[in-house]
Ligand binder design. Structure first.
Ligand SMILES: Cc1cc2nc3c(=O)[nH]c(=O)nc-3n(C[C@H](O)[C@H](O)[C@H](O)COP(=O)(O)O)c2cc1C
Length: 408
């Protein structure tokens, strides 16, 4: 992460935090009035993990950007700032902008700046606002500004310089000119953005999408960052994908392996007792739930696997689903020639079946059926007991690599 400077309108210095690889497609984040770039920290992390280059800007008079001496905080100054920043970027970013930031972006891009961005996501930027609501927001922000902490500070003078009603009129007038992919996200509990007004606004923009986030108010990206981020990433992948599709086709083993690797899975360790009463186990991601009534699951075990004989011979076995902290366990149970159980805490379950301690889930199974599956044996178990920890994140496996959830 680094901080970079842009030259804004009338030589105002605007500062932004940069994260992710500059090779990846860019996303410019704009916070709302009376906030700073810190409100986007969660979203920035999720975007970087999803392969986006993030530029998280402080608006003039907010956070680390200049607080102009002359008090130029009118809407024109903000629009000019954004034009300046966009012209200094080597690429056309998608702009993701909340509230005041959204108005600035929607006006800039709609008023003949559409070529400067690849897409626009508006986070509860009310297209209509009454004088009463505007006053209420202003009063609440004034009170809050007195309590704000260093780094999250902003200049309360901007509240007096801004004519919110005039700004929204510009935003609405510019809407039909937006010819880029647009998503409007409303907080379902938003006290500022009315659902009907948002709907009217979205209908004016060709192909624009509308999403509503439950349990979230005006600060939608902050209140439910998990749901907001999921909606944002879904939109970006569909409407502004990172790469142009480049499908590969084939019937050879390599293509098949790579195609199968596109199916993301969790990771399990399948365990049983051998005839000598010694625990055996191997890492397997071929786990699938099969049936609820009766409760059945399956795993596929390679015919070359040293554990297969013990698994086939055992009346009971267990499937231990690993959590995000158990990557070393996965590696240990996939590596031949190691004493897998001496370094792994485990306990005995029903019928002595070995259960890995602290796993995300332990399924204790009785053997139900076994089928030939080419170079694997398909082992079907009937679940007798399941034990799980609901708050832990899973260890994931995708395209031959361990992964983690984006929204941990
Ligand atoms: C993420 C991951 C998933 C795996 N999935 C399976 C699987 O589903 N079935 C299988 O037979 N082997 C799978 N393997 C490979 C075995 O864990 C590995 O070959 C192990 O050494 C077998 O041990 P064994 O020969 O002692 O039985 C996987 C390995 C990894 C790292």
């Amino acid at each position: 992460m680094s901080v970079t400077e842009f030259r804004g309108f009338a030589a105002t210095t605007l500062r932004a935090e940069i994260s992710g690889s500059p090779e990846d497609p860019a996303v410019l984040l704009l916070h709302g009035g009376g906030q700073t770039r810190r409100v986007w920290e969660d979203a920035a992390r999720a975007l970087v993990k999803a392969g986006r280059h993030v530029i998280n800007l402080d608006l003039r008079g907010h956070g680390d950007s200049d607080w102009p001496q002359d008090g130029r905080y009118d809407f024109d100054a903000y629009v000019e700032d954004l034009r300046c920043v966009l012209s200094q970027l080597p690429v056309r970013p998608v702009i993701v902008a909340a509230s005041l930031g959204g108005w600035i972006a929607a006006a800039t891009l709609g008023e003949d700046g559409g070529h400067l961005a690849a897409g626009l996501v508006l986070a509860d930027a009310p297209p209509e606002i009454s004088a009463k609501a505007a006053r209420k927001v202003g009063d609440a922000l004034r009170k809050r500004s007195a309590r704000s902490e260093p780094g999250q500070r902003w200049d309360p003078r901007f509240l007096d310089a801004m004519n919110l009603e005039a700004a929204t009129r510009r935003v609405v007038a510019a809407a039909p000119n937006l010819k880029i992919p647009v998503l409007f996200v409303r907080g379902a509990l938003s006290e500022l953005t009315e659902a009907e007004a948002a709907g009217r606004y979205v209908n004016q923009i060709e192909g624009a999408e509308f999403a509503e986030i439950r349990d979230a108010g005006h600060m939608v990206a902050f209140d439910r960052s998990d749901l907001f981020n999921a909606t944002l990433l879904d939109f970006l992948e569909r409407r502004v994908p990172r790469y142009l599709p480049d499908y590969r086709t084939g019937s050879d083993a390599r293509t098949l392996r790579d195609a199968l690797g596109c199916f993301a899975t969790g990771v399990t360790v399948v365990t049983a007792m051998d005839r000598e009463g010694q625990p055996v186990g191997l890492t397997a991601n071929s786990f699938t739930s099969v049936s609820l009534d009766p409760p059945l699951l399956l795993v596929c075990i390679a015919k070359t696997s040293g554990s297969l004989r013990a698994m086939e011979g055992a009346e009971h076995f267990a499937v231990n689903v690993l959590h995000i902290g158990q990557q070393p366990v996965s590696n240990r149970f996939a590596r031949p020639g190691t004493d897998r159980f001496s370094e792994t805490p485990w306990q005995r379950g029903q019928h002595d079946v070995p259960l890995l301690s602290g796993a995300l889930v332990n399924f204790e199974c009785v053997r139900h059926a076994e089928y030939d599956g080419g170079d694997h044996v398909i082992l079907v178990g009937r679940v007798e007991r399941a034990r799980y920890e609901p708050r832990r994140d899973p260890l994931l496996y995708f395209k031959g690599r361990y992964r983690r959830l984006h929204f941990a």
